[in-house]
Ligand binder design. Structure first.
Ligand code: ZN
Length: 84
């Protein structure tokens, strides 16, 4: 069974948490994709021993590429003042 990425609304003690019971990595909804990918990479490659392929994105333990759910991959809209 491949590792899944699951977004949750709960406050997590860390950006991402490995849940071995669900074979999934729980992440806080709204986390910036840049921080999220770095954290997921650390869990997958270091904690779980997944293939570490520089520049090739995230991979499951079996080597299957993992894609982020749309809700996590999308960068939140910038709400700052217009630069006009
Ligand atoms: Zn897999």
């Amino acid at each position: 069974m491949c590792i899944r990425i699951t977004a949750v609304d709960d406050q997590l003690p860390k950006i991402a948490i490995w849940d071995p019971n669900e074979v999934s990595i729980l992440v806080s909804r709204g986390t910036h994709p840049h921080d999220l990918i770095r954290e997921l990479h650390a869990i997958l490659a270091i904690d779980l021993g997944a293939p570490d392929l520089p520049g090739a994105g995230l991979h499951c333990i079996c080597g299957t590429p993992i894609t982020l759910p749309d809700e996590l991959a999308a960068v939140p809209a910038v709400t700052g003042p217009s630069s006009l």
